[in-house]
Design a protein around this ligand. Sequence first.
Ligand SMILES: [Zn+2]
Length: 134
Amino acid sequence: MIDISLIKKDLTEIGKQIIKENNLSDIEIQFKHVRRGRARRKTRKITIPIWAITGVKAYGIYYVIHEIVHFIKYDLYNLGDYHGELFKKIETSILKKYNIKSIYNKAYAKYLTDLNGNKICKKYGEAIDFYEKV
Ligand SMILES: [Zn+2]
């Protein structure tokens, strides 16, 4: 049985650490039963879908990082919402610190690997029923 409150706490700590490392003003990280995540510039809120955090831990970390990268673009570059080359460059460099690499399909990860190229998980269908330390 997955303890969702522990996962939320864990991912919030990781998120806050990344926010701090990038000298961003505080961002509220919330977890909700929604289809897609969001990064709201005006309210400084990030929403992470519950489905994204109940599979492998790396996918939850990936998702939190993805939404924070939107704020790095807003705050440090004054750029908008889109997922361009800069977005992927920043996302890739932060993911690296967690031994995660995104194999992209347009804006999002088609699947994740570790830095040695070992597959961690697909988008979310694969291994969604367990949660493990990266
Ligand atoms: Zn995005």
